[in-house]
Design a protein. Structure first.
Length: 293
């Protein structure tokens, strides 16, 4: 049996819309085993236990890419990443399916090949890159249509808290709400802030993170889709932290530089939003992991 473990991922990090993503220590896993039936799936709602299941779709894609017959397979999903909350639940499914097939056929693909396939399936690399490599990833599609990705170590002093509302935000709606153009002035603002932010994360410099994370491309529009955005932000700031919308929301991610601040955010969010899920997490540095049992 093969077990694949994938970290949750948080895209955008404020100013790095569609380019940057962070892997965090909240994990989901999938087991792949031989089966006498063509396909068995457990661990997800009945309506997803079909050939359209994203984990299976990715498994099939990798088999076809490797020119291997798709084996009869039993897929057991253990998902801890909430769906449609901006924490990379679809990246998890895609990376797990591709990695499962890769290990099934003795791992002929390296991580960069997995990333190419995963990006093709997901449509953008900002979540799948950290799901595969861990850490803080910056990615883009180059002029030959290849995925380029680099990874930054995030300073261990930084701590993160996921504030996960009990409501979803649709990614389609969160993209529709955005303007179609921006000015040179705004582009200059974003580039300067994004480059400074990546260095600030490496240094663990919370003051510089707080100054550089303030986005003008998507957060001012998307915050309107999250009714509790301002209250959540106030809780983070009262604990001397900063906060950004994770992916297209609804999750918001707090960044602090000590465990006490993280715990203060956890306890205040639990008090004000008892139905939310709140997790004190760290950066995942491994990315997708596999085990043959
Ligand atoms: N970068 C994407 C967005 C992530 O913010 O729309 C969601 O998949």
């Amino acid at each position: 049996m093969i077990r694949i473990k994938v970290p949750a991922t948080s895209a955008n990090i404020g100013v790095s819309f569609d380019c940057m993503g962070l892997a965090v220590s909240l994990y989901s896993s999938v087991e792949f085993d031989k089966s006498s039936e063509e396909l068995e799936i457990t661990g997800c709602p009945k309506q997803f236990q079909t050939r359209d299941n994203l984990v299976y779709q990715a498994f099939v894609k990798a088999c076809e890419h490797l020119n291997k017959p798709v084996p009869h397979v039993k897929i057991t999903i253990e998902n801890n990443i909430p769906v449609a909350r901006g924490l990379g639940s679809s990246a998890f499914c895609i990376v797990a399916g591709l990695a499962g097939a890769n290990v099934w056929f003795d791992s002929p693909m390296d991580r960069s090949e997995l990333l190419e396939l995963a990006t093709e399936m997901e449509g953008h690399p900002d979540n799948v890159s950290p799901a595969i490599y861990g850490k803080l990833g910056v990615s883009f599609i180059d002029e030959s249509n290849d995925v380029q990705t680099v990874h930054f170590n995030v300073n261990e002093r930084l701590e993160f808290v996921t504030l996960i509302p009990d409501y979803q935000v649709s990614t389609d709606k969160a993209r529709e709400i955005l303007p179609t153009e921006m000015s040179y002035q705004e582009a200059i603002y974003q580039v300067g802030h994004a480059v400074a932010l990546s260095k600030a994360m490496e240094l663990g410099d919370l003051d510089l993170i707080t100054a550089s994370i303030i986005d003008k491309m998507h957060e001012p529009y998307r915050c309107k889709l999250i009714p509790d955005y301002q209250k959540a932000k106030d809780i983070c700031q009262q604990a001397n932290g900063t906060m950004y919308i994770s992916g297209s929301g609804s999750t918001m991610m707090a960044i602090v530089d000590n465990p006490e601040s993280a715990e203060q955010i956890v306890s205040n969010v639990k008090k004000d939003f008892p139905n939310w899920e709140v997790n004190h997490v760290n950066v995942d540095t491994n990315g997708v992991m596999s085990e043959v049992i």
